[in-house]
Design a protein around this ligand. Structure first.
Ligand SMILES: [Zn+2]
Length: 340
């Protein structure tokens, strides 16, 4: 017996009862819970995808609320991790769906665990490295994924299915495409109607794939919303693609050492130590208390002094503020937190 809540979707001929049952039995993983992730999660949970897991490492901020439709002023005031705020709101919408929030970053070391059992991946990230990692995993494990990108009023979306062209066929070798335009939402801004449009198109493809439809998009759709341009770009398999033809991976299966990632739009670095362990917040707070101001919160420890300022999370990663270089950020980590 299918619940009444899905009646409008079941009456839609291309989904029907059979399609709804397929959705209820599906597991989808959403990578990133910013604007695209919020819209995707909202639609997938309301559509009755049975298991929805989402991964994100950020806390809710006031500047998110313009487009990240699952969060409230209260979430921003409490600096809640996005995944927990989203999980709370979505559980109130559909308690039948199993919602699994994962607070942290996705990397080659944890991707097997975080993508376990996934029937489909929604790419809602804002960085190319993670997208390449998703692409390599999905090629290797024959998992379909839906791509989305949005900056300013310009967006793109595509569905990548096993056997077809992959993201690397379209965008070239990971090492070559690192010199992108460098435009980001922090520097160029973004329309909330664009992120809603791109994410809804991604979810539409996801629903088709999960219900076995033959109408899955085979091209990449490019759009410029402000100028009213929408046009498809053909996707073709590159016969020499390093990923889907030669299975040579740049990100998947690589042992990652300590990583320092520049935080978009801020003079800060995120440090991801190679050996992850949970820091003892109380012991660290005692040690740091003579050096500056320490606050221990539910999800993180915050330290501030004239010479160093950072936020340390329970999985060992930290955002080092006021750091001009990667080296400076790593040395603050070693000196104040230790264990790098
Ligand atoms: Zn390829």
């Amino acid at each position: 017996m299918i619940p009444e809540r899905y009646s409008r979707q079941i009456r839609y001929a291309h989904i029907g009862e059979k399609g709804q049952e397929m959705l209820l039995a599906s597991t989808v993983v959403i990578v990133g819970m910013g604007a695209l992730g919020c819209v995707s999660a909202n639609e997938l949970v309301r559509a009755g995808v049975g298991h929805v897991r989402f991964i994100d490492r950020d806390l809710v901020e006031l500047s998110n609320l313009q487009r990240q439709v699952l969060y409230t002023e209260a979430d921003a005031a409490e600096s809640l991790p996005k995944v927990f705020a989203a999980a709370d709101h979505l559980r109130a919408v559909n308690s039948d769906v199993e919602i699994e929030p994962e607070f942290g970053d996705l990397n080659s070391g944890n991707i097997d665990a975080l993508f376990r059992g996934a029937d489909l991946i929604v790419d809602a990230t804002d960085n190319l490295e993670t997208r390449y990692l998703i692409n390599e995993y999905c090629v290797e494990h024959s998992v379909p994924w839906v791509y989305g990108g949005a900056v300013g009023s310009e967006g793109m979306t595509a569905a990548f299915v096993p056997g077809g062209p992959c993201f690397c066929c379209f965008s070239g070798h990971p090492n070559a495409s690192r010199q992108g335009s460098g435009r980001t939402c922090s520097s160029a801004g973004v329309l909330n109607t664009l992120t809603a449009t791109v994410a809804s198109l991604q979810v539409t493809e996801a629903l088709k794939i999960l219900t076995g439809s033959a109408s899955v998009r085979k091209d990449l759709l490019y759009m410029e919303l402000w100028d009213n341009d929408f046009y498809p770009i053909p996707l073709e398999k590159n016969p020499d693609c390093p990923v889907c033809v030669h299975h040579r991976y740049t990100y998947l299966g690589t042992a990652s050492g300590t990583q320092a990632i520049s935080v978009c739009g801020k003079n800060a670095y995120q440090i991801l130590p190679s050996a992850r362990r949970s820091p003892d917040f109380q012991a660290l707070a005692e040690r740091l208390s003579g050096l500056g101001e320490v606050k221990v919160k539910a999800y993180y420890l915050e330290f501030d002094s004239p010479s160093a300022s950072f936020r340390l999370f329970k999985d060992g990663r930290a955002i080092i503020n006021n750091a001009d270089t990667e080296g400076r950020a790593k040395s603050v980590y070693s000196e104040y937190i230790g264990g790098l």
